[in-house]
Design a protein around this ligand. Structure first.
Ligand code: SF4
Length: 224
């Protein structure tokens, strides 16, 4: 079947030879760098908007700062920082002072540690747990049979309220910690401030979703 829609994940070209890495490089027929060239030019204008320009620049400087040994050449660079440190650095680069955190009750210990760390660096913290508001799962049409605990009342995760609680405090930047699949989507849909993710929820792997991807040919082969 001939592919017509962009699908970089299936690109057959060696990374260093791709047109998205070098002028005149190779590309497949459905390459978005080629067939969406007009769109690419249009999108570049977005980076000149005041709300994006500094953010995009600092994000790329953060990428740069994630490596050491750059003077030895690209093949010799090494990673330098865990994500939590990158987030702290990025907050500093952007000059943010008021930080929101939306977290899962299952990661409350981790949330407490992150809150303490950020606070110790002088940041003003606002945080909201997934169960905030104590609304019943009945509100989204669930019954006892759908409750994790099979009990009569179960508090629903309320990512829209998490976002609105942070919005009310005018947080400048939000950090997501352990929100479930789908709940994270709703939080991102409603949050006013730009967001980043410290960790996603993955109950089975200790919140390391790539563990299942790395073992897709072995222990998780049944997924294929
Ligand atoms: S942009 Fe083109 S060359 Fe680059 S990964 Fe996608 S398909 Fe391949």
């Amino acid at each position: 079947m001939k592919e017509t829609m962009p699908n970089c994940a299936r690109c057959p070209i060696k990374p260093d030879e791709r047109i998205c890495k070098q002028e005149g490089g190779k590309h497949p027929g459905n390459c978005p760098t080629v067939i969406r060239a007009d769109l690419a030019a249009e999108v570049l204008k977005e980076y000149t908007r005041v709300e994006n320009a500094e953010f995009a620049k600092q994000a790329s400087l953060q990428e740069r700062d994630g490596y050491s040994n750059r003077d030895l050449g690209y093949a010799k660079v090494r990673p330098t920082k865990p994500r939590i440190e990158e987030i702290i650095d990025f907050i500093g680069k952007m000059g943010y002072r008021k930080i929101g955190m939306a977290f899962c009750m299952g990661l409350r210990k981790e949330a407490q540690a992150v809150e303490g760390l950020f606070s110790s660096r002088g940041l003003e913290m606002v945080s909201a747990i997934c169960k905030v508001g104590r609304a019943s799962k009945e509100h989204i049409g669930l019954t006892a049979a759908d409750h994790v605990g099979l009990c009569d009342f179960e508090t629903m995760c309320n990512p829209i309220l998490q976002a609105e609680v942070l919005n009310k405090e005018n947080t400048e930047f939000n950090v997501l910690l352990g929100l479930c699949v789908g709940h994270d989507s709703l939080f991102l849909k409603y949050a006013d401030a730009p967001c980043t993710v410290l960790a996603v929820k993955d109950r089975a792997t200790g919140h390391n979703p790539l563990a299942a991807i790395y073992t897709l040919d072995s222990y998780y082969r049944a997924l294929k």
